[in-house]
Design a binder for this molecule. Structure first.
Ligand code: OGA
Ligand code: NI
Length: 358
């Protein structure tokens, strides 16, 4: 079975972590983004609370049928929602957050000991989408795929266990939650076939990555960009905002809406592969992160299918009124295409592909 590394090997990353933005008192030219982007948390609105724009908050301990219906409405209207009463212990979330602070507060040369290799998946570095932008982002990230122990030992040769325990326990909890959410989402689409339902069970093979992000306080948030606009490439993403705002989603009218950082809630967003499975009924939402005058730490758990599993619109969502929009693909194929074409990659897999991208 191909690995996430295989998918990235063909397109190495440019690596740009120096100088250390944690130490900068002014914004260098390379980090100044175009002004029309309305950057900075203060410049943003929250939307009106429902409809196309607010972020619905769903209580996962509510009555099951009611949760399914709330998820359907949220996915169709907003493609992003928040969940509370999700069953993940607050103690675990706090512990992970603490370890994330510990990690990013290391000096740059120490973090560089555990940097992600150009074709690798785990390690310290800029987000992969940095390749597609000429300006640099005001953030640093650490991606964890599989066991964290190798990289954690590079960072703390004598004191890595607490970090590894937190990451492993958190990943386990996220995997369980992702499977539960996926099951609700399949129900909300009326998808009953075994092909996808299998992934709701405790089977190995579904791939996940934990992306820890740090957005250092910005000397001028209206000039810097924490994370540039993108969609997530997997099935779904479960994000912890660490109590500090910065995440924005793009509304259908093009305006950016700030997602409130509610205590004890996770933000869930639909990824590109779920857009394919739902035949475009649920959209993979474009989002970005703006900066603050204070540090922000977030953790995104990105959950995807086995890398070589067939992904295609489910039979239950295709009919004469809703003709099939996407060809069959695997996550592996999609990641390779995305590493090359970024935001236009999904168009390659539509039933009417855009010629000049191939
Ligand atoms: C991501 C992402 C949002 C955040 O890691 O893909 O969109 O708030 N993160 O850090
Ligand atoms: Ni994202």
């Amino acid at each position: 079975m191909p690995s996430l590394c295989d998918a990235f090997r063909s397109i190495p990353m440019r690596f740009k972590m120096e100088p250390d933005i944690n130490l900068m008192k002014e914004v260098p030219e390379l980090y100044v983004w175009p002004q029309e982007d309305q950057l900075g948390v203060e410049a943003q609105s929250y939307g009106d609370g429902d409809g196309d724009c607010g972020t619905p908050v769903i209580d996962l301990q509510g009555e099951f049928g009611c949760v399914v219906e709330q998820v359907r409405v949220a996915c169709e209207k907003c493609a992003v929602f928040q969940i509370v009463n999700h069953g993940v212990e607050k103690e675990l979330v706090d512990r992970l957050n603490k370890q994330s602070h510990r990690l990013f507060s290391l000096p740059l040369d120490q973090k560089m000991l555990a940097r992600r290799s150009p074709d690798g998946t785990t390690g310290y570095g800029v987000v992969r989408i940095a390749n597609f932008f000429t300006k640099l982002m005001w953030s640093e990230g650490f991606t964890w795929v599989g066991s964290p122990s190798h990289h954690a030992k590079l960072l703390w040769p004598h004191d890595y266990q607490g970090f590894c325990d937190a990451v492993e326990e958190y990943e386990k909890a996220m995997k369980k939650l992702a499977r539960k959410l996926f099951s609700v989402i399949l129900q909300s689409l009326g998808i009953k076939g075994r092909h996808y339902a299998r992934w709701c069970e405790d089977e190995e093979g579904c791939a996940g990555a934990l992306q820890m992000n740090h957005y250092p306080s910005s000397p001028c948030p209206s000039q810097t960009m924490g994370m540039a606009p993108h969609t997530d490439s997997a099935l779904l993403t479960i994000l912890y905002q660490g109590g500090v705002e910065g995440l924005q989603v793009k509304r259908s009218d093009g305006a950016w809406m700030l997602v409130p950082a509610l205590p004890d809630a996770f933000v869930v967003n639909i990824g590109d592969l779920l857009q394919v499975i739902s035949n475009g009924r649920y959209k993979s939402v474009v989002h970005r992160v703006v900066n603050n005058r204070r540090d922000r730490f977030s953790s995104a758990y990105i959950w995807g299918p086995p890398l070589n599993a067939v992904i295609e619109p489910a039979a239950e969502v295709v009919d004469s009124k809703h003709p099939r929009l996407y060809r069959s693909l695997t996550w592996h194929e999609y990641l390779v295409a995305r590493a090359k074409h970024f935001s236009t990659a999904l168009q390659l897999f539509t039933t009417t592909p855009v010629e000049n991208l191939t």
